[in-house]
Design a binder for this molecule. Structure first.
Ligand code: NAP
Ligand code: G4F
Length: 332
């Protein structure tokens, strides 16, 4: 007899998207499984308490046998591969680990699926990224990057992700697997790690407003990003796996904003009109190679998936600042 509930396996459950996706799939009625790595992962307790309905397996993307064991027990219909060394700046400091996890980890997951799914029924989502395009210096589409734009990654992270993108496509073409890439532009929110620029800013803005911090050190302020809300983007991931045909999709807002514009809105949210006295530039946060402008064109996802975003740029900044004010107030 067929199981009543759909089952999904998530890698990257402790990260931003993993948290949004676990909640989303649970609400859809899925039985949710996830892998978590490490002997004593400091984020395990938070995951267990926030997502008591998720069954956790100890596994690591660099250890294929652990992924096979997770597949054998979970027997998922859908696998969402969100696990990665995902910080672009950090990838310059640890390029080999980035290659092993963010690049070869995708192959490990695909092989674990192939070895445990003889009927070739599992649907696979790979978390690909706009970092693969490399910015306008290399690639100048008219309206924004599409699924057809060419690639020129500018970091060890981008290069590893490009491998993940191509090996996913290769498994689709070679083994007829339902394996797709979502090419997602930056998406942020209250779950974003404080090592990323948007959350670093909103957290500092809240702390400055509350008198807990004096200033904020950042790297380059001129790069522009196409920033959306993570909750909207996990819905897009799921939609990609509900299609009849496996295809890759760009998820983006179609707008791009500089870090300076993000600072303007975030500081205004707490009544500070001029952020310049509070922001210092520190070369430690600059990268050996930068991606200048990212702008995506989500037309294909809008037309074929019916995907839309609910949160706009000012709404995103507002929800993040409000969230950080609430959290930081408890520290007074
Ligand atoms: P994130 O918050 O940095 O989460 C990354 C996750 O990967 C964490 O759960 C981390 O677990 C896990 N991980 C790291 N090394 C691992 C390993 N060896 N084995 C298994 N898991 C490992 O990233 P995110 O923002 O949620 O992004 C999710 C995915 O989408 C990533 O692949 C990212 O590269 C990609 N992406 C993100 C964006 C974006 O704007 N957020 C845009 C495009 C693509 P630990 O707690 O154990 O470290
Ligand atoms: O917030 P970021 O670190 O995100 P970045 O590099 O765009 O990467 C994020 O989005 C990608 C999708 O395009 C994902 F694939 C990736 O996993 C990640 O989620 O930096 C954004 C911009 C960069 O230009 C960076 O140089 O902000 C600049 N920046 C300036 N000062 C800073 C800082 N970035 C960080 N993290 N910290 C700073 O102090």
């Amino acid at each position: 007899m067929a199981d009543a509930k759909k089952r999904a396996l998530i890698t990257g459950i402790t990260g931003q998207d993993g948290g949004h996706l676990a909640g989303f799939l649970h609400e859809k009625g899925y039985e949710v499984f996830a892998i978590i790595r490490g002997q004593h992962n400091p984020r395990r307790e938070a995951v267990v308490s926030e997502f008591p309905y998720v069954t956790l397996f100890d596994a690591d993307l660099t250890d294929q046998s652990s992924l096979i064991r997770a597949m054998q027990v979970a027997r998922p219909h859908e696998v969402y591969n969100l696990g990665a060394i995902s910080h672009v700046g950090y990838s310059f400091k640890d390029p080999q680990l980035t290659n092993d996890v963010t690049g070869k980890g995708v192959l490990n997951m695909l092989e674990a699926i192939r070895l445990t799914d003889p009927e070739n029924k599992v649907k696979f989502y790979q978390a690909s990224t706009s970092e693969m395009f490399g910015g306008l210096e290399y690639n100048r589409p008219e309206k924004g990057y599409t699924e057809e734009s060419s690639f020129h990654p500018r970091s060890p992270y981008g290069v590893a992700k490009l491998y993940g993108y191509w090996i996913t496509k290769n498994y689709r073409e070679s083994y007829d697997m339902f394996a797709v890439s979502g090419i997602l532009f930056n998406h942020e929110g209250e779950r974003r790690g404080v090592e990323f620029v948007t959350r670093k800013i909103t957290n500092a803005v809240a702390r400055i407003k509350l008198g807990l911090q004096d200033d904020l050190e950042l790297g380059d302020l001129w790069p522009k990003r196409d920033w959306g809300y993570a909750g909207d983007y996990v819905r897009g991931m799921w939609l990609m796996l509900q299609q009849d045909k496996p295809e890759d999709y760009v998820l983006a807002t179609g707008e791009t904003h500089s870090i300076g514009e993000f600072l303007d809105l975030a500081f205004k949210e707490v009544g500070i009109d001029d952020w310049k006295p509070y922001v210092k530039q520190n070369p430690a946060f600059m990268r050996p190679a930068e991606v200048d402008v990212l702008l995506g064109d989500p037309t294909k996802a809008e037309k074929e998936l019916g995907w839309t975003r609910d949160v706009d740029f000012p709404g995103l900044v507002k929800l993040m600042v409000e969230h950080d004010l609430a959290i930081e107030s408890t520290k007074l």
